[in-house]
Design a protein around this ligand. Structure first.
Ligand code: ADP
Ligand code: ZN
Length: 321
């Protein structure tokens, strides 16, 4: 089901610091790749268009391009602003029409989703969540964002999930830091993003050693958010990515905190007995986003065979609800 299609596809992971572009038939068969700095929309998207122009001259025509992007993005296909980055605080990028710009310049259909939905899709098809159909991918980096699939379908709804802005209990006596989110102050991103850690402790997260009290607090906030996610979406697995998770002591602490918080309430072997397989690092590492972007491209081109298989058949469901 994950067999590479012979059709050439484009994938873009559009991030706040760089755009990673690949051309290939799937993440296992990448024929060309580029990293482009995120500067102005005109300059960055101009370089993206040149990359795909060169790639298709060298390797053949592209059937479609998939984009996993920072946001917020308008994902409603019938909206006049479909594929446009809406209210981002990133200077110069609000109102940028990703889908229209790339589609017009390259003459190919363009599929788009959030960076974290794309990463969840990549991990589901090719990585740590293979064989599952309900998964959440949470990135803990400059910001915190979450995406995922439920019953094999990417989460959209009203706009798209904004799990980084979950409210978590904030004990101001234990942690007087007010939080850095410009919208909410002490939401999850406000309390637990990389910049929040740097502001609270006066040093970047990568300089805080494993024994620093920062990590117990960080694990606590992430586990509180994960309990909310477990209780809301009932994911079969949670993938934690992003730069802050590069601290090796953090993931085991998050698992232990989550198990303690759930307190045996969720009667599933995955959380009762196999927490180390339940909350995991991305198997694709930093490739999850582009892997998912290539799947989005295949879906947009109408050649994604696996999409026809989801959602799973009733016989594989175990819930008695
Ligand atoms: P972005 O979110 O911009 O895509 P990253 O996911 O790489 O970027 O996250 C960047 C954040 O990760 C920064 O706040 C940085 O301090 C933090 N970070 C980077 N490396 C480490 C590390 N080894 N340990 C802990 N935090 C780290
Ligand atoms: Zn917020």
């Amino acid at each position: 089901m994950n067999r590479a299609s012979p059709v050439l596809l484009g994938g873009v992971e559009a991030g706040g610091t760089k755009f990673v572009c690949v051309a290939g038939t799937s993440i296992d068969d990448v024929r060309a790749e580029a990293r482009i700095a995120t500067t102005t929309p005109a300059e960055t998207l101009g370089a993206v268009v040149r990359f795909f122009g060169d790639a298709s001259r060298a390797h053949g025509p592209l059937a479609a391009i998939g984009v996993g992007s920072f946001g917020p993005i308008d994902l409603h296909p019938s909206s006049p602003t479909f594929g446009v980055i809406t209210t981002t605080p990133k200077a110069g990028w609000a109102g940028t029409d990703l889908v229209g710009t790339l589609g017009r310049a390259l003459g190919v259909p363009v599929g788009i989703d959030t960076d974290v939905n794309a990463a969840a899709l990549g991990e589901l098809r090719h990585g740590a969540a293979r064989g599952l159909d309900t998964v959440v991918y949470l990135t803990v980096g400059t910001g915190i964002g979450g995406g995922g699939l439920v019953n094999g379908r990417l989460l959209h709804g009203l706009v798209h999930p904004e799990m980084g802005h979950l409210r978590v209990p904030h004990d101001r006596a234990a942690d007087p830091f007010p939080g850095v989110c410009p919208f909410h102050g002490n939401c999850l991103e406000g309390l637990a993003s990389g910049p929040a850690m740097a502001a609270r402790w006066g040093a970047p997260a990568e300089t805080l050693d494993a024994g620093h009290p920062a990590w117990a607090l960080e694990a606590r906030y992430l586990a509180l958010a994960l309990q909310n996610i477990v209780c809301t979406l009932s994911p079969e697995r949670i993938v934690l990515g992003g730069g802050v998770m590069a601290q090796p002591a953090l993931l085991p602490r998050v698992r232990a905190e989550l198990a303690a918080l759930l307190n045996g309430y969720i009667q599933a072997p995955a959380v009762l007995e196999r927490m180390d397989h339940y909350v995991v690092a991305p198997a694709l590492g930093s490739r999850a986003g582009v892997a998912g972007a290539l799947v989005l491209a295949a879906q947009r081109a109408g050649i994604d065979r696996a999409a026809e298989i989801a959602p799973r058949s009733a016989s594989s469901t175990s819930s008695a609800k």
